[in-house]
Design a protein around this ligand. Structure first.
Ligand code: TMP
Length: 207
């Protein structure tokens, strides 16, 4: 049965590791699933990802940024996510619409209602069944990152990332039925276990 699960969180929270771990666990259990990510996950999306994360020379405005993330999303929903959900698979997506809501809304200061509308156009109204938010204080997330290469977002001032963090917590509080908030300052194994319990519960409910 299909299930759409997204992972969210600030820089260095460990969501990509946990998304891969969940995908690995589902494969082990013989449950058909795919793992994808935003921005990217399609040839067009990967090009947009390169521009959005790494191109310093384009002076991208917040509105253009919002539209480019959603162009990548529209392509991903149409070409990958919907198709796999229709096949009855579990689709795991590393970041989705909530990233836009908090990074471009709380972070860049764009109007949140406008973001919701544009997100809805890109997703054709598709919403995650479960969103796992890995919650970590901003400084802790940045301290964990061991790469010298910082992308366009990692270079933005700390107050931006504080607003993003706050945005995630507010969003999760508004929609507790969709969000599973996990303290990301625990062992990877413990976090993976909490995630698996929740996903397993949902899978049984839908069986
Ligand atoms: P990451 O997946 O390695 O964290 O990189 C993606 C970066 O892009 C991250 O800093 C969050 C940012 N982002 C947005 O600002 N808006 C979005 O809609 C998405 C999907 C990501």
């Amino acid at each position: 049965m299909s299930l759409f699960i997204t992972f969210e969180g600030g820089e260095g929270c460990g969501k990509s590791f946990q998304a891969e771990a969940l995908h690995g666990r589902l494969c082990q259990e013989g449950i058909p699933s795919i793992l994808t990510h935003e921005p990217g996950g399609t040839p067009l999306g990967n090009e947009l990802c390169r521009i959005l994360k790494w191109n310093e020379n384009l002076d991208i405005t917040p509105m253009a940024e919002l539209l480019l993330f959603n162009a990548s999303r529209s392509q991903l929903v149409d070409k990958v996510i919907k198709f796999n959900l229709e096949q009855g698979k579990v689709v795991i997506c590393d970041r989705f619409t909530d990233s836009t809501y908090v990074y471009q809304g709380y972070g860049r200061g764009l109007d949140k209602e406008l973001i919701r509308n544009i997100n809805d156009i890109a997703t054709q109204g598709l919403r995650p069944d479960l969103t796992i938010l890995l919650d970590l204080p901003v400084e802790m997330g940045f301290a964990r990152r061991n790469n010298n290469l910082q992308d366009r977002f990692e270079k933005v001032e700390m107050t931006f990332h504080e607003r993003v963090h706050q945005g995630y917590l507010e969003l999760a509080a508004e929609q507790p039925e969709r969000f599973l908030v996990i303290n990301a300052n625990q062992t990877k194994a413990k976090i993976a276990d909490l995630i698996w319990r929740k996903v397993n519960e949902l899978l049984h409910l839908r069986a």
